[in-house]
Design a protein around this ligand. Structure first.
Ligand code: GDP
Ligand code: IMO
Ligand code: MG
Length: 432
C-alpha cells in the first residue's frame, strides 16, 4: 500500500528512527507527523551516528523527499542547527530534499520559557518534559492563537505576530509565573532571520502527499514519541501534547485512512521511559543498570534529546497489546534484542495484578495503573552474542523462542528484529 506508518508502541525511544532509516530505502517520501524536537532519533550508518530531532530519518537516503508535516511543532533555531549539522556531513538538505508544511506550528522562546515555568510550578508533580516548549506550542495551537510556519514567507506579518506573541506571553510569565519576560523586539528580529532561510522550504503538505500518491509513489510516516505518550491514549497527564498514534499520523499529515497499508509498531525488547509517571515493570538497582547500561556505549539508555538516564524494565505485553488496539498494528519490529544476551532468565510481563485480581488490559485510570503489579512469565535466556545474526536461524533457540512468544501473545507477525544499532544489524523477515 502507498502509505505505511511507523509507531512507537511504548514510551518512546523504541528505535523508530533506525527502523525508518532502514525502510526509507524503498520509499519516495518520509514524513514526520507529530511532536517536535522533543524527539531524538538515532541512526548509526557504518559506525557514523546521526541524531535527528526534527528532520525525518529518511534524509540520509539521497533519493528520498523528507516532509515535516502539519502536526509537527517546529523550533526554527533547532531545525536550522540540525540542517547545518547534516550539511557539514555532506547531506543535501536543500528545498529539493526537505519540505516544511506551512500549517505546522512554530515554537518560540516564550513557549520554552512557559514550559520551564509550568514544570517549576508543578514541583513534585512535574511531568519531566523535555523543556522544548512542546506543551505551550500545542496549547496555543488548540487555543487558535498559534503561529504557523506559513508566516515565515511573510516577513512583516511574522515580525508583528512574534512581537505581539512575546508581549502577551510576557504578561503571563511576569504576572502569573513571576519569571522574567523576554525581549519582544529581539525575538522578532531573530525570527525574521530564520524566515529568510526557511521560507524556500515551505509547502502545502496535503497536496504534496496527494500528488505523490497519485503518481504511485510510496510514503513512510515516521512516528515520534510512543503510544503511551499519546495525549488521548497514554498515561495522562504524564504524556506529550500530541497524538503519536496511527490516527495522529492521518491528522498530522492530512491524508485519509484508505491510503494506509502497514502500521508497523516498533517495540524495544524491554521497556524504557523518560520522565515521570507509573511504569509497572520498572526495575531498580543492578537489574536496571544491566538493561540501561552505564553510558559507556552510545546505545545505552540515556535520552537522545536530554541526556537523562531512562527508566527501564522488562518487556510488558499488556502495553504492546494496548498499542496494538489503539493503532491497529499490522506487524512489529523488535529492537535491542542484543541487550538481553547473557541473561539466564528473561521475565516478560503478561498481565497485572490489580487489587487482588489479575487483569490483561492497560487501565486508563492512572491511580489504578500505579497500583498494578506485573505478572511475569519467565522465559529462558541465552548466552550467545547475537549482534552478527542476520537470519532467524542465526539466533540461539531461546532468542527465537522469545521472539515467537511476543508474536503469539500479541497476535502480530514480527517483521524486523534488530540486534545492534547499525543499519545492517537487522534480521528482516520480509526478505526471502
Ligand atoms: P527513537 O526515538 O525511537 O528513534 O529511538 P532512540 O534513537 O531515541 O533510542 C534508541 C537507541 O537504541 C539509540 O541509541 C539507537 O542507536 C539504539 N538502538 C536501536 N536499535 C538497537 C539495537 O538493536 N541494538 C542496540 N544495541 N542499540 C540499538
Ligand atoms: P522519541 O521520538 C521519549 C516524554 C518526555 C516527558 C513527556 C512530555 O525520541 O521517542 P514533552 O517535552 O513532549 O512535553 O514531554 O514525553 N517524551 C519522550 N520520551 N522519547 C521521546 O521521543 C519523547 N518525547 C517526549 O520525556 O516524559
Ligand atoms: Mg528517541
Amino acid at each position: 500500500m502507498p502509505l505505511n506508518i511507523i509507531i512507537g508502541t511504548q514510551w518512546g525511544d523504541e528505535g523508530k528512527g533506525r527502523i525508518t532509516d532502514l525502510l526509507a530505502e524503498q520509499v519516495n517520501v518520509v514524513a514526520r507527523y507529530s511532536g517536535g524536537d522533543n524527539a531524538g532519533h538515532t541512526l548509526t550508518i557504518q559506525g557514523e551516528i546521526f541524531k535527528l530531532h526534527l528532520i525525518p530519518s529518511g534524509i540520509i537516503h539521497p533519493g528520498v523527499l523528507c516532509l515535516i508535516g502539519t502536526g509537527v511543532v517546529i523550533n526554527p533555531k533547532v531545525l536550522l542547527h540540525e540542517m547545518e549539522g547534516l550539511r557539514q556531513r555532506g547531506i543535501d538538505v536543500s528545498p529539493a530534499r526537505l519540505k516544511i508544511c506551512a500549517n505546522a506550528h512554530l515554537i518560540t522562546p516564550a513557549h520554552i520559557a512557559l514550559d520551564k515555568a509550568n514544570e517549576l510550578g508543578r514541583g513534585r508533580e512535574a511531568i519531566g518534559t523535555t523543556l522544548r516548549g512542546i506543551g505551550p506550542a500545542y496549547t496555543d495551537k488548540a487555543n487558535r492563537s498559534g503561529l504557523r510556519a506559513g508566516l515565515l514567507a511573510e516577513p512583516e506579518a511574522l515580525a508583528e505576530a512574534i512581537y505581539a506573541h512575546i508581549e502577551e506571553k510576557n504578561r503571563l510569565l511576569e504576572r502569573i509565573y513571576e519569571q522574567p519576560g523576554l525581549d519582544a523586539a529581539a525575538a522578532a528580529a531573530e525570527y525574521a532571520a530564520y524566515a529568510q532561510q526557511l521560507a524556500p522550504y515551505l509547502t502545502n503538505g496535503p497536496i504534496l502527499l496527494d500528488e505523490a500518491l497519485q503518481q504511485g509513489q510510496t510514503i513512510l510516516a515516521e512516528g515520534a514519541q510512543g503510544t503511551l505518550l499519546d495525549i488521548n491514549h497514554g498515561t495522562y497527564p504524564f504524556v506529550t501534547s500530541s497524538s503519536p498514534t496511527s490516527s495522529g499520523a492521518l491528522v498530522g499529515l492530512g491524508v485519509g485512512p484508505r491510503v494506509v497499508g502497514q502500521v508497523l509498531g516498533v517495540a524495544k525488547a524491554f521497556t524504557s521511559r523518560v520522565g515521570s509517571g507509573p511504569f509497572p515493570s520498572e526495575l531498580e538497582g543492578d537489574e536496571a543498570v544491566r538493561l540501561r547500561g552505564t553510558g559507556s556505549n552510545p546505545w545505552d539508555e540515556y535520552g537522545t534529546t536530554t541526556g537523562r538516564p531512562r527508566r527501564v524494565g522488562w518487556l510488558d505485553l499488556v502495553i504492546l497489546n494496548h498499542a496494538q488496539r489503539i493503532n491497529g498494528l499490522t506487524e512489529l519490529a523488535l529492537t535491542k534484542l542484543d541487550i538481553l544476551s547473557g541473561l539466564e532468565q528473561i521475565p516478560v510481563c503478561v498481565g497485572y495484578e490489580l487489587d487482588g485480581e489479575s487483569i490483561h488490559y492497560f487501565p486508563t485510570d492512572l491511580q489504578q495503573l500505579a497500583r498494578c503489579r506485573p505478572i511475569y512469565q519467565i522465559l529462558p535466556g541465552w548466552s550467545e552474542d547475537v549482534t552478527h545474526a542476520r537470519t532467524l536461524d542465526d539466533l540461539p533457540e531461546n532468542a527465537q523462542q522469545y521472539i515467537n512468544f511476543i508474536s503469539t501473545q500479541t497476535g502480530l507477525p514480527i517483521r524486523l528484529v534488530s540486534v545492534g544499532p547499525n543499519r545492517s544489524q537487522v534480521i528482516n523477515f520480509s526478505e526471502p
